[in-house]
Ligand binder design. Structure first.
Ligand code: VAH
Length: 317
C-alpha cells in the first residue's frame, strides 16, 4: 500500500482517515463526489472529484495518481437509506461493483467498510459470531451483505485484494451525525455540552456495539497493512470495542457533567433498526488473524468527546 485514494473523504470516517493515513507517510488523494474537499485535506495534499458510478472518471483518477489502494467510504447510512433505498443500492452495490471491476483491471487493493447492519433479528444478539446468519431488514444492511459477497467473489475468482470490517456505531467529534441509527451516541455529547440535556430517540435498555473513531481508523489501516497470508476472512471481520445503552452513556457523561438530564422521545424507525442489530460482537477472528485490539473504553471516549466538543463551541465541559 503506497498511493491511496479515499472515496467519501468528507464523511464521518473519511474526514479523519485522510489525515491519519497522511501522518503515516502514505500519499493520499482525498476524493469527494459532489461536495468540495475539506479545507484541511486541500491544504495537506491532492484531492479529486470522484463518482463511484462513473467508471471512466474513476479510472482516470486512479491512473493519474498511480493509485494502488482505494478506501471506499461512500455510503448512505441506515436511517437515510430507508427513505431512499434505490439510491442506497446504487452507492452500496452498483458503486462497489464498479470499483471491484476497476480493481480487477488495475490490480488495486480495496477497503469497503461493512457494518453490524448486515445482521438481522434472526442473528444471535449476544457475542454475535463471525460466521452467522445475515438476514438484515434494512436496505443499508442488504447493501452491506451484497458488498461483502461481491468482495469475496472478486477475491476468489479474480484475486482482487478486497478487505472489509463490520464496523459498529462510530463515534467522533469531527463531523456532525449523518443519518445513522447509532448517531444518537454522537448527538448526545453535543447536546450535553450545548444544553446540558438530551432527548434520546433510542429507548433505554437498547444496547448496540459502538467504537470511538481513533480505534476505527486504526482497525482499517491495520487490516489493510496485514499480511494476507495470515487472513482467512478478508471481508467482513467483526470488530468490537464497546457496547452500551443510552442510560450507560448518560452515566458516563454525568461523571463530567453531573447535572446532565436525559429524556426519551423514541423514534420508531430508529428503534426498530436498533433492535434488529446485535448487542455485542465476537471479534475472535480479527484478534487472531490480524491482531485487532480496541484501545478506548467508554469513559476515556467520553472525556475526549466532551473536551473536544467544548473546544469547538467555546464552552467549558
Ligand atoms: C448507521 N452509523 O447507524 C451507521 C453504522 C453500524 C451503524 O453503519 O447507519
Amino acid at each position: 500500500m503506497k498511493n491511496i485514494l479515499v472515496i467519501g473523504s468528507a464523511g464521518q470516517i473519511g474526514s479523519e482517515l485522510v489525515p491519519a493515513l497522511r501522518e503515516k507517510g502514505y500519499f493520499v488523494v482525498a476524493g469527494t463526489s459532489g461536495r468540495t474537499p475539506l479545507p484541511a485535506h486541500l491544504a495537506d495534499g491532492p484531492t479529486a472529484i470522484v463518482n463511484l458510478l462513473d467508471h471512466d472518471a474513476l479510472l482516470g483518477t486512479v491512473d493519474r495518481f498511480r493509485v494502488d489502494t482505494v478506501f471506499n467510504l461512500a455510503a448512505i447510512l441506515s436511517a437515510t437509506a430507508e427513505s431512499k433505498p434505490l439510491a442506497a443500492w446504487d452507492v452500496g452495490v452498483n458503486g462497489v461493483l464498479n470499483l471491484l471491476e476497476l480493481a480487477r483491471d488495475r490490480r488495486l487493493s480495496v477497503f469497503t467498510p461493512s457494518s453490524i447492519g448486515v445482521f438481522g433479528p434472526e442473528t444471535p444478539h449476544a457475542a454475535t459470531p463471525q460466521d452467522t446468519v445475515c438476514r438484515p431488514r434494512t436496505m443499508y444492511g442488504i447493501t452491506k451483505v451484497a458488498g461483502e459477497l461481491l468482495s469475496d467473489y472478486y477475491r476468489n475468482k479474480y484475486g482482487v485484494d478486497a478487505r472489509s470490517l463490520r464496523y459498529p456505531g462510530l463515534i467522533s467529534y469531527v463531523t456532525p451525525p449523518g443519518g445513522g441509527t447509532t448517531d444518537y451516541a454522537v448527538d448526545i455529547y453535543w447536546k450535553a455540552v450545548q444544553n446540558g440535556a438530551y432527548e434520546c430517540p433510542i429507548a433505554a435498555g437498547t444496547f448496540m456495539p459502538m467504537m470511538f473513531m481513533p480505534d476505527a481508523l486504526r482497525a482499517a489501516v491495520e487490516l489493510m497493512e496485514a499480511d494476507a497470508s495470515h487472513l482467512r476472512h478478508f471481508n467482513s471481520f467483526n470488530v468490537h470495542a464497546l457496547s452500551f445503552d443510552p442510560e450507560a452513556l448518560a452515566a458516563s457523561i454525568r461523571r463530567r457533567l453531573p447535572d446532565f438530564r436525559l429524556s426519551y422521545k423514541v423514534n420508531p424507525l430508529l428503534q426498530d433498526i436498533a433492535e434488529s442489530w446485535p448487542d455485542a460482537l465476537d471479534d475472535t477472528a480479527a484478534r487472531s488473524e490480524w491482531g485487532w485490539r480496541p484501545q478506548y473504553g467508554l469513559d476515556a471516549m467520553t472525556d475526549i468527546m466532551l473536551d473536544e466538543i467544548a473546544k469547538r463551541i467555546g464552552k467549558n465541559a
